[in-house]
Ligand binder design. Sequence first.
Ligand SMILES: Cc1ncc(C[n+]2csc(CCOP(=O)(O)OP(=O)(O)O)c2C)c(N)n1
Length: 594
Amino acid sequence: MKKLLTGNEAIARGAYEAGIRYASAYPGTPSTEILENVATYKDNILAEWAPNEKVALESAIGASIAGARSLASMKHVGVNVAADALFTFAYTGVNGGMVLITADEPGQHSSQNEQDNRNYAKFAKIPMLEPSDSQESKDMVKTAIEISEEYDTPVLFRMTTRACHSKGIVECNDRQDVEIKDYEKNINKYMTVPAIARKLRVKVEKRMEKLLNFSNTTELNYFEWNDTKIGVIASGTAFRFAKEVFGDSVSYLKLGFTNPLPTEKIKEFGNKVDKIYIIEENDPYIEEQVKILGFDCYGKNLFPAYGEMTPDVIRKAVYGETKETLEYDKEKVVGRPPTLCAGCPHRGFFHQLGKRKNVMIAGDIGCYTLGFADPYNAMDFNICMGASISAGHGAQQVFNMKKTPDKRVVSVMGDSTFFHTGINSLIDVTYNKSNTVTVILDNRITGMTGHQENPGTGYTLQGMETPELDIEAFVKAAGIKNIVKIDPNDITAVKNALDWALSLDEASVIITRWPCVLKKFSKQDKEEFEDAFQSKYEVDDDTCIGCRACVRTGCPAISFDKKAKKSTIDLNQCVGCSVCSQVCPVKAIGKVEA
Ligand SMILES: Cc1ncc(C[n+]2csc(CCOP(=O)(O)OP(=O)(O)O)c2C)c(N)n1
């Protein structure tokens, strides 16, 4: 049976066919749809969202030790969060096969950094597979699980955005039904106290030697012989990009198994071709090995070490030219930077926070990161998920040290981010007697990555009802005494909450609670927000004085007619959050009459 699948859908199909029984992940572009698709195989695979990547990997590790084939998936930066577990699991090895999927982001389309996670395979000393298209994405999951069980090791499976999101025709097979293995207690394998771990450390080196032999013999690493003047060595989508540019005019060493790299195959290739191009995205991972083997090659001296290695990037580097594209009138194309949606509950809050002077605003990652942009300008920095509260705490301690008590830090964070790694940071705030203001922007969903359930929403990934964890209870348990819960669309409530929090010389938490406008309400939310969004708002032209206070809320439903000097609201976009009507100084914005 053939299907048209994205790489992420293909991985899910591969997990099904490979007899995987348990899968866990935390969402993050470009990996999110992997688990969303695995979750559709409800009869065969238990698929779960974990609160963060470390928990996801650890859960998959537990499932493997208990005997099931398992999978964890995450975006590249998620592996940083999970790395602690990964490095030691590399020592113990598996019972049921286990594959860790890392979805890297050359080009940083939706990420705060660009890191080459191939280095993790080398660093943790585990085998790595790199599919280049959807068919390989599906097939290699099975191969990864087989390698994992045969060599007793977790396997890193490296995807990139193009491999995750582009579609290809995939030949699908039946599921291989694999019994869950028996679990037997085995201290010498799984108890990584130093005396045992030292022995496991040696085992890891021996395993790498065997894997080197595998790398040199497996068909996952293959030659494509054409003219031998130029030889290209490439892995992942970079191989597809190279083929698009060079076609059959050069020879290739295509690498699908990339840790350890196949030294013998590289030597054979290097000795047969006149000139070697290493085409790889980001770090000189293959290039360094080729150079160690004594071959001169063109790598990062010719191709960039950052961004995507698209066909045009390769063409430009090799031939000094790019392919012609359609000409169009660039004046007519309007720039559309990302913006908070009309009716986004983060708007009212940032509209007010941006007005505060003498505050440092510690940001975090989510839709609310857009609070940094015009017209709010309400964020000073963001680092990684969970960092706003802890980095904010560190900054506040320094302001306090400098005896500038008026300089205050406000840390902002979404609900999913709070469950991800925010809780630990809040514990740090109380434990170390900080006086930061923390704002948890609870929009009842993991918004930025496309509405994934989280521990606060009352549902699991596979649609089961589950207890909705109470953010306020966590905040109290973390020792915070000053807590207020507000509707972020109520401008006065936001203003009062900020005044109150900034007047205290102790830590405080403001929880804003209002659902993301794009969210399909869950049962609980329907009851709580039943009356929300009942009416839309319009501008009365006669009363409007053209002051643009409503425009400065940054709502994309509002536009300003420069000639008439009046604002207008696009009723197709307006969802009735009412923020604009509250900021209008002359009450020109009112509910649309039914
Ligand atoms: C370690 C890590 N994992 C995942 C992501 C991807 N990611 C960015 S923001 C976000 C979720 C934000 O949800 P929430 O905190 O609820 O804020 P919202 O977008 O709903 O405002 C995720 C999963 C990331 N950047 N870093």
